[in-house]
Design a protein. Structure first.
Length: 277
C-alpha cells in the first residue's frame, strides 16, 4: 500500500505511533501483555522499542518476533557505553541490525548528566561515549538505517558529531526539550525532533512553544515509557497507550485536531523508520 494511502487511512482511524517505548524495561516484566493490549485499545497501532545495550536488543527482538506492531532499534545507549570496548560489540550490533524487525539504530547519543562509571575520568568518559556514538553512526549509514538520538547536557557536542552524517542518514532527537531555534539547523538538514509527555506539563514552557511552532513534517511523538507519563497520568508509570494523551496536548497547543497530529506524526514516522508499513 502506498505511503500516502496508509497516512490517509491513519488519519481516518486516528492512528497513533509511539516512536520510543522501552518495552524491555524491568517495569514491564510482570504485565507486558496487558500493557500492549491497552495500547492497542487506545489506538496505538505501531510502536518502536529502542535498545540500551546488546542484551536489551536481543530481548526486544525476541519480543518483537511475536508482536506484529512492534519494531526495534538496536544500539548502545551512552549511559551503557562502558559495557563495550574493542570491536566485537560492533560486529554483533551489525548482525543484529540485519534482523527484519530492526527499523533504526538507537538509542545512541551523548549523556553528560550522569557521573562517569568507575574507571573513567570525565574527559575519558566523554571521549569513550563519542567513540561509541561515531562507530554507531557509521554503522547506521552503512546499513542505510536512521538513528534515535539521546541528549543530556551534551547538545553542542552531539550535534557536532551528527550533522556531518546528514547526507547519509537522518536522526530523531528524542525527548526534545529545546527551542525551535536550536532545532532549526537540524530540521533544515532533514532531521526530526520528538516530544514526550513533558509537553503536556503545566510548566512545559519552551517545550510547549516548540511543539506549537515546529512544522508538521518536523516532529514525532513518543512516550519514553516507562518514564515521563503525560497529564493526566503524571507521576505514574508511563506506557505506550499514553502517547494518545501527548498527541491531544500537542493538538491543543497547535490549534489542530488530534486526528491531524496523529496523521502528521504517523506520516513522519513511517517515512523515518524502516519496515514499519
Amino acid at each position: 500500500m502506498p505511503l500516502d494511502t496508509r497516512i490517509a487511512d491513519a488519519k481516518a482511524q486516528g492512528m497513533f505511533f509511539d516512536t520510543h517505548t522501552h518495552l524491555a524495561n524491568k517495569q514491564f516484566d510482570h504485565d507486558l501483555p496487558a500493557v500492549l493490549e491497552r495500547a492497542r485499545a487506545a489506538g496505538i497501532t505501531r510502536m518502536v522499542a529502542p535498545a540500551t545495550d546488546l542484551e536489551n536488543a536481543r530481548k526486544l527482538l525476541s519480543l518483537a518476533e511475536h508482536e506484529p506492531d512492534v519494531r526495534v532499534a538496536v544500539g548502545i545507549h551512552p549511559c551503557d557505553a562502558d559495557t563495550v570496548s574493542g570491536t566485537a560489540w560492533l560486529d554483533e550490533l551489525r548482525e543484529l541490525a540485519k534482523h527484519p524487525k530492526v527499523c533504526a539504530i538507537g538509542e545512541i547519543g551523548l549523556d553528560y548528566f550522569h557521573a562517569p562509571p568507575a574507571g573513567f575520568t570525565l574527559d575519558d568518559w566523554k571521549a569513550h561515549q563519542a567513540q561509541v556514538l561515531t562507530a554507531q553512526l557509521e554503522l547506521a549509514a552503512e546499513a542505510k538505517l536512521n538513528v534515535i538520538l539521546h541528549n543530556r547536557e551534551s547538545w553542542d557536542d552531539l550535534t557536532a558529531l551528527v550533522l556531518p552524517f546528514s547526507d547519509r542518514l537522518r536522526g530523531v532527537f528524542h525527548c526534545y526539550t529545546g527551542t525551535l531555534e536550536q532545532a532549526r539547523p537540524l530540521l533544515e538538514r532533514g532531521h526530526l525532533i520528538s516530544f514526550t509527555g513533558i509537553v503536556s506539563f503545566k510548566n512545559a514552557g519552551v517545550i510547549a512553544e516548540t511543539a506549537r511552532l515546529v512544522s508538521a513534517n518536523g516532529y514525532m511523538i513518543e512516550t519514553d515509557a516507562p518514564y515521563l507519563a503525560p497529564v493526566p497520568h503524571r507521576g505514574k508509570r508511563c506506557e505506550p497507550a499514553y502517547v494518545a494523551d501527548t498527541a491531544r496536548a500537542i493538538a491543543t497547543l497547535r490549534g489542530e485536531t488530534v486526528d491531524q497530529v496523529a496523521a502528521d506524526t504517523a506520516r513522519n514516522a513511517l517515512a523515518f523508520f524502516r519496515g514499519c508499513d
